[in-house]
Design a protein around this ligand. Structure first.
Ligand code: NAD
Length: 488
């Protein structure tokens, strides 16, 4: 580990048409959130660079080097990619942590672990999903083919780049598409390494291109391309809106958005193990410094147990070891960037101004390291109209609001523009089912928080987005349905 954390990282290039190429634009520094040091540089792809990447993906798609390969052959390559990710898991995890600051213990499982599992899952699916024969009159044969869409543009965020990147890449490649991938500017390194792995494992040149750079230039160029057929995105709602505008202004490409959340974690007094609920709830918000789209960032707690539960949760928050994410004793690592930390702290000012009470945390810590760290934070007296109730921080900040009845809990749960995740803690099975039915969210956990695996979809409703990653359903985003109507 020590050797890996100190290893020099060479300046990175774009991965275009199977080769490493310089961009037209100026390179960007990669700053490690662990200590503020400059790790290396990444290229800043211009619109022309993105155009070259899209042209390469299109040419690869049209000549069939991947799109028309036998399913078994594609499957073999994708399994090889999964094997290589597993073989390089330690290097990938350390590189990713140096780049984005997630605590190693979580990053190792969530990043290479999950990416390998994702490639394996969709590799297995390739020869198990088929088209349809329609129930037509006997003199007609109606065939519904599932055909690849062509060129997929994938734009991903920095919180779990390898995992979320794989959630887009693997199903798109499995269905025979070509991809142009745009990582976040503060977490590109592992996805560039993944491009190398894919190439080494036999993915033909041009089928995957990786363009690094800013959202405003590189991302926007991809979004505006008239030769990208589907855009698949995870990130903020503000960017999601821009992508829809870009689609409207260019070629009406399909746009799948996985956006933010302000997910309610609802604790009823009848929960039989409140201590366990407090422990799991603490990790449900604080892991990866709260930079988790499904983080349980709003605690709704029945008034009868409010004070006791807040005390237990605060104890958990204060016991968490925050620090160098590559120190195995650290339970929480660094905030991704100086910008993000500043944004988190601005929410603290707003919370105070709006009557919130910061029970613990609320401040930058470990400033002498040069890194970006924030103490796990619990804020009580957060009213439904408060900024902290309504807006996503994407930091280690828990907003607490009491309720008195199940009806009120449900009303509060649904009282934001988001609908990504939720949790309900109760010993009452009927109540659990009623809450699952009533909460408008893509995933509702019962007596747990997080942990849903590849077998189930992840996606939101309302302004949390319109597409789902993971599970067999994700394949549908990367195919078109084509009917053959044959007179017999
Ligand atoms: P962001 O929207 O700023 O950036 C995400 C990606 O979009 C980056 O690659 C960025 O470069 C690119 N981008 C930015 N502006 C762009 C533009 N104008 N055109 C094209 N691309 C552009 O989001 P972020 O700060 O990187 O990520 C945090 C957000 O992502 C949070 O809101 C979080 O909730 C959300 N998120 C959602 C999920 C989910 O599954 N729903 C998962 C993780 C993160």
């Amino acid at each position: 580990m020590d050797k890996l954390r100190q290893a020099a990282v060479a300046p990175q290039k774009l991965f275009l048409d199977g080769t490493w190429q310089a961009a037209e634009g100026a390179p960007l520094d990669v700053v490690s959130p662990i200590d503020g040091s400059v790790l290396t540089t990444i290229e800043g792809a211009s619109a022309a660079d993105v155009g070259r990447a899209v042209a390469s993906a299109r040419a690869a798609f049209e000549d069939g080097r991947w799109s028309r390969l036998a399913p078994a052959a594609r499957k073999k390559v994708m399994h090889a990619i999964a094997d290589r990710i597993e073989a390089e898991a330690l290097e990938l995890a350390v590189l990713g942590v140096r780049d984005n600051g997630t605590e190693f213990n979580m990053a190792y499982k969530a990043e290479p672990g999950s990416a390998a599992g994702t490639f394996r899952y969709y590799a297995e699916a390739i020869d198990k999903v088929a088209g349809e024969i329609a129930p037509t009159a006997p003199d007609v044969l109606g065939l519904v083919h599932r055909v690849p869409v062509g060129v997929v543009g994938a734009i991903v965020p920095w919180n779990f780049p390898l995992m979320i990147g794989a959630w887009k890449l693997a199903p798109a490649l499995a269905m025979g598409n070509s991809v142009v991938l745009k990582p976040a500017e503060t977490a590109s390194l592992t996805l560039l390494r993944l491009a190398r792995i894919c190439s080494d494992c036999g993915l033909p040149d041009g089928v995957l291109n990786v363009v690094t750079g800013t959202g405003a230039e590189t991302g926007a160029a991809l979004a505006h391309s008239t030769d990208v057929d589907v855009l698949t995105f995870t990130g903020s709602g503000a960017t999601g809106r821009r992508l829809l505008e870009a689609s409207a202004a260019s070629n009406l490409k399909r746009v799948y958005l996985e956006l933010g959340g302000k997910s309610p974690n609802i604790v009823f007094a009848d929960d039989p193990d409140l201590a366990q609920a407090a422990k799991v709830s603490a990790m449900g918000i604080f892991r990866n410094s709260g930079q988790v789209c499904v983080a349980g960032s709003r605690l709704l707690v029945e008034r009868a147990v409010h004070d006791d539960f807040v005390a237990m949760l605060t104890e958990q928050a204060e016991a968490l070891q925050v620090g160098d994410p590559l120190d195995l004793r650290s339970q929480i690592g660094a905030v991704n960037s100086e910008d993000q930390l500043r944004r988190n702290l601005s929410f603290m000012d707003m919370a105070r101004a709006e009557g919130g009470h910061i029970v613990t945390g609320g401040a930058r810590i470990l400033g002498d390291t040069g890194g970006t760290y924030m103490a796990p934070t619990v804020v009580t007296r957060v009213t439904p109209d408060a900024t902290l109730f309504q807006r996503e921080v994407f930091g280690p900040v828990l907003a607490v609001t009491p309720f008195d009845t199940e009806e009120e809990a449900l009303r509060l749960a649904n009282a934001t523009e988001f609908g990504l995740a939720a949790a309900v803690w109760t010993g009452n099975l009927s109540r659990a089912h009623r809450m699952v039915a009533g909460i408008r969210a893509g995933v509702v956990h019962v007596n747990t928080y997080g942990g849903a695996d590849m077998t189930v979809p992840l996606g939101g409703v309302k302004q949390s987005g319109n597409g789902h990653d993971k599970s067999l359903h994700a394949l549908d985003k990367y195919v078109d349905l084509k009917t053959a109507w044959i007179q017999l």
